[in-house]
Design a binder for this molecule. Structure first.
Ligand SMILES: Nc1ncnc2c1ncn2[C@@H]1O[C@H](COP(=O)(O)OP(=O)(O)OP(=O)(O)O)[C@@H](O)[C@H]1O
Length: 452
């Protein structure tokens, strides 16, 4: 093997004798040696070693640990995924533990036992390689997923399959799902997978715009149409010509405007506010709501004819809690994303955090998960985000159940979800974890309308 193919091990050590001893101790690595912080950081820049052994007693403080700690901090700030193994001198166990709290990977005791250190070093290379592979896979899910969607659950696979199938057809799609389930993300995915992907994707939240302005936002206005209309302006429907317009919270469109929207869907023409001419526009509409539109139609609050125009295909987006294993997968993704920009020392989730995420009901769905993880990454003291950082520690899922039957159902659902997540969706594995037979688990899945 040439030196170029070998993994680089950086040894930061000021004792020339030890440098020599370590340089020749290991086969299979390209050894780079640094005697102080500046040399160490130069070597990190030049060689990007996966693993570093670091003596904490470096000049100008060879008998203390300040320079060693500063070097550790700088290395991790520069390349957070580096596995740094610190040397703990005789009686300096406390500093070694402090170094681990600061992000070091492991420590070894001096005087050096070459074989023991060799094992730590090779394990560090191994874990570094696994983590790198993990990041590559996560990035692949990121890039390849429908619209950047992160999911490994069968429930979401059904959703994305449906959307992929309807993307090429010029039909209107209505996405139904609770807030934060990713409706906008999916609408964008649908646009990207459609022949209109070169056109614009324009999104508008109908609930966020005052009724009086919504018409001109959607249809545009002519100069002088109303006070303040100083120039002719295109509306969102025109901006999305050749592309897709995502109408979020369609249930909030007032009845008078529903008529105008219906006309657009029937005749594919619009009239700007204050305008007289009709303008043909070729825009695909994808809409979404968290409201019960069927009920709104029954109550006369939503026009039935518009509903059928908008809802040629209806896709229901499951709540995050009903997506097997997705909460932890998404949590990992958000940890990686936010750690990179906000707290590079953080590398993952502690086991208690994973269990808490599994068990939580996520009423705010992916948006809530994303916000909690972002906050937890900022708050985390060590390398791993804990349940306490997530503020989920000991919180019970919806304690205000209606009666004993409802409370039992809640507990059953939670236990089943967790078991399925831990068994990677495998029914036999999950039933073993739950201490019930496979047929009983199948019965429960059916009666609670859950999916493996
Ligand atoms: N499966 C997913 N993978 C990655 N990110 C996701 C996923 N689902 C949602 N998100 C992210 O969560 C946030 C909320 O998603 P989005 O805005 O699409 O939800 P929504 O259902 O449209 O919410 P609302 O109805 O409240 O507008 C966004 O930042 C989005 O990128």
């Amino acid at each position: 093997m040439s030196d170029k193919d070998r993994p680089v091990l950086l040894i930061v050590e000021d004792d020339v004798g030890l440098q020599r001893q370590l340089r020749w101790a290991y086969e299979g690595y390209e050894i780079v040696v640094a005697s102080d912080r500046t040399q160490a950081l130069d070597a990190i820049r030049a060689h990007e070693p996966a693993v570093v052994t670091l003596d904490l007693g470096l000049p100008p403080d060879p008998d203390g640990v300040t320079e060693g700690f500063a070097t550790l901090r700088d290395i991790l700030a520069m390349k957070p995924d580096t596995k740094v193994i610190v040397a703990s001198g005789h009686g300096a166990r406390e500093s070694a533990l402090q170094a681990i709290a600061d992000g070091a990977w492991d420590f070894y005791a001096k005087p050096i036992d070459i074989d023991a250190l060799g094992l730590i070093v090779s394990r560090a290379f191994h874990v570094h390689a696994l983590e790198a592979e993990n990041r590559r896979l996560a990035a692949r899910i990121d890039a390849g997923g429908f619209g950047g969607l992160i999911s490994a659950s069968p429930e979401m696979a059904t959703v994305t399959r449906t959307l992929e199938r309807v993307a090429p057809a010029n039909v209107s799609v209505m996405l139904l799902g609770a807030s934060g389930t990713g409706k906008e993300l999916l609408a964008r995915g649908l646009h990207d997978a459609s022949p209109r992907s070169r056109g614009n994707f324009v999104a508008i939240n109908c609930a966020a715009i005052p009724e009086t302005l919504l018409e001109s936002e959607l249809f545009g206005h002519e100069k002088g149409a109303f006070t303040g209309a100083v120039k002719t302006t295109e509306g969102k429907i025109e901006q999305a010509a050749g592309g897709t317009l995502f109408l979020d919270e369609i249930g909030d469109v007032p009845l008078a405007l529903q008529v105008k929207l219906l006309r657009f869907l029937q005749e594919r023409v619009i009239e700007r506010v204050g305008g007289r001419k009709t303008i043909p526009v070729d825009t695909r509409i994808v809409c979404a709501t968290h409201q019960n539109v069927d009920g709104m139609v029954a109550d006369g609050r939503f026009r039935e004819d518009l509903y059928y125009r908008l809802a040629e295909i209806v896709v229901r987006i499951p709540a995050l809690a009903d997506r097997t294993g997705d909460a932890v997968l998404l949590a990992r993704h958000f940890v990686t994303r936010y750690a990179a920009s906000m707290n590079p020392v953080v590398t993952g989730l502690a086991p208690d955090a994973r269990a808490a995420i599994d068990g939580w009901g996520w009423p705010g769905n992916v948006r809530e998960l994303e916000n909690r993880i972002k906050r937890a990454v900022i708050m985390a003291d060590g390398k791993l985000v804990t349940a306490t950082d997530l503020d989920l520690d000991g919180k019970a899922e919806d304690a205000s159940a209606l009666n004993l039957r409802a409370a039992r159902e809640l507990a059953d659902r939670k236990a089943i979800r967790q078991a399925l997540a831990r068994a990677d969706g495998n029914i036999s594995g999950a039933s073993r974890l739950l201490g019930i037979s496979r047929p009983t688990l199948y019965d429960l899945l059916k009666s609670y309308d859950l999916h493996a």
